[in-house]
Design a protein. Structure first.
Length: 100
């Protein structure tokens, strides 16, 4: 699995709008071919800090995600709401092991 943890810090006034825009991106992303998980996490201690856990079968599937209309809409919509640029951190997903 190809996993990316995306760290996002959102301006306080934009948290609710960010949550809604990200929900829409999530709903479309989980329907993509090759998507295993697309979790949206909000820090319990800092409601302005989010982690997007994106798991795809392959790096190619993850790259295809970045070409979708819903991702491009999300990216452009939330850009000005971020307190600092988002950071994606790639990982190789080991477990759970994919059987297919």
């Amino acid at each position: 699995m190809h996993v990316t943890l995306v760290h996002v810090y959102v301006k306080p006034k934009n948290v609710n709008d960010f949550v809604e825009a990200t929900r829409l991106n999530h709903q479309a992303s989980i329907k993509e071919p090759g998507n295993c998980r697309f979790d949206i996490l909000q820090s319990a201690d800092d409601p302005e800090f989010f982690i997007l856990y994106e798991a795809y079968n392959s790096a190619e599937d993850a790259a295809a995600h970045k070409q979708t209309t819903h991702y491009l809409t999300w990216r452009d919509t939330v850009a000005d709401w971020m307190a600092k640029p988002r950071q994606g951190q790639p990982f190789n997903g080991l477990y759970p092991a994919r059987t297919s």
